[in-house]
Design a protein around this ligand. Structure first.
Ligand code: SF4
Ligand code: SF4
Ligand code: SF4
Length: 334
């Protein structure tokens, strides 16, 4: 009883309301307006959609409280991010092998983020995923690449195998390379459309692109300690980072309290917080607002600044992310 009273007293109310209301607000209309039902509970046991929504909302509130207070953001973040990825790929495999109720449309798609950009250009249709990506970007900015994408979790996990990141390319080289790859993917998809390349040509090209990505995670991110795949290779990540600059949230470092210990630099797996960035007082280009650096700072010098306002920036942001994560658990599938 005492513990319950203590937990209620320690409740972060901002996080509580956002993580409670947002999943309900987004999921209940999906039940009434989307047919056939998107909810697995409803697909297998008609009439039980509300149980799934309730369970996800409770999960959202629980995780929101943890993320609003945790002293180790990175370790918790990677766990729920990988959990989402397991659910996503688990449904994909079950959909292909056991029952197509686990699939969104029943059509086979390769789960490669580059296809979010390339596929609509090649097909001249199928804009659901780009629209979903852009809508998510409008709500959480580049956080797609640090909390929600079904592939990025693996790159982050691989990079975490090393205690501290070790860079090979300069930031300028990385930037040039990543936007060249983005341009290459767009042009290649447009050419395939123009010349009427067959679906199997597109399929094999996308598969090869995906396999190179896995290779980069295994042999570069894992050995270098930063997310080589996501910060250099993935064209969707390049677009997300670019458009994410329109989002008003920024990582700021208070120069008055910062002791230049650079512990935060070793936490950042996106190569966005070099000692130079720390000195300049803000995170670099690749920042995806993952939040890992926040809890690493013993001086509390790092904050999430929203239009210059620092109070509650992180709590509001992470609460929205956690609510969307719960929504994605219900709806994101191929
Ligand atoms: S960079 Fe690509 S793979 Fe990585 S998290 Fe972003 S969209 Fe996903
Ligand atoms: S961990 Fe904090 S004090 Fe150390 S360099 Fe980073 S911002 Fe400055
Ligand atoms: S600067 Fe901080 S919030 Fe931005 S990517 Fe690096 S660790 Fe994450």
């Amino acid at each position: 009883m005492n513990r319950l009273v203590a937990s209620i007293k320690n409740l972060n109310l901002t996080a509580f309301f956002i993580t409670l209301i947002l999943p309900l607000f987004l999921l209940i209309p999906v039940h009434y307006f989307v047919q056939p039902s998107m909810f697995l509970a409803e697909r297998f046991f008609p009439g039980t959609w509300w149980i799934e929504i309730t369970a996800l909302t409770i999960y959202s509130v629980w995780l929101g409280q943890i993320m609003a207070k945790t002293g180790n953001i990175g370790n918790v973040r990677i766990k729920y991010w990988l959990f989402f990825s397991f659910i996503f790929f688990g449904q994909f495999i079950l959909g292909l092998t056991v029952n197509d109720n686990f699939l969104m449309s029943g059509e086979l798609h390769l789960p490669i983020p580059a296809l979010i950009i390339a596929s609509p250009i090649y097909r001249g249709e199928g804009f659901f995923m780009p629209i979903l990506l852009l809508s998510t970007l409008a709500i959480i900015g580049p956080g797609w690449c640090s909390h929600l994408c079904y592939i990025g979790a693996w790159d982050n996990w691989a990079a975490r195998k090393m205690k501290r990141p070790r860079k090979t390319f300069s930031r300028k080289q990385t930037l040039i390379l990543r936007y060249l790859i983005l341009a290459f993917v767009i042009i290649a998809a447009a050419l395939m459309n123009y010349f009427g390349a067959s679906v199997s040509v597109m399929f094999i090209s996308a598969l090869a692109f995906g396999i190179i990505g896995v290779f980069l995670m295994l042999f570069f991110s894992r050995k270098l300690g930063y997310m080589m795949h996501c910060t250099t290779y993935c064209p969707t990540g390049s677009l997300v980072t670019l458009l994410g600059k329109l989002y008003p949230l920024r990582v700021k470092i208070d120069q008055n309290s910062c002791t230049a210990c650079n512990i935060c630099s070793t936490e950042c797996r996106y190569d966005a917080l070099t000692p130079m960035d720390v000195k300049s007082g803000s995170a670099g280009w690749n920042c995806t607002l993952c939040g890992d650096c926040l809890s690493s700072c013993h001086e509390s010098s790092i904050s999430f600044s929203f239009f210059g306002l620092k109070k509650n920036g992180w709590v509001i942001y992470i609460s929205i992310i956690v609510a969307l994560h719960a929504v994605f658990l219900a709806l994101a599938r191929l």
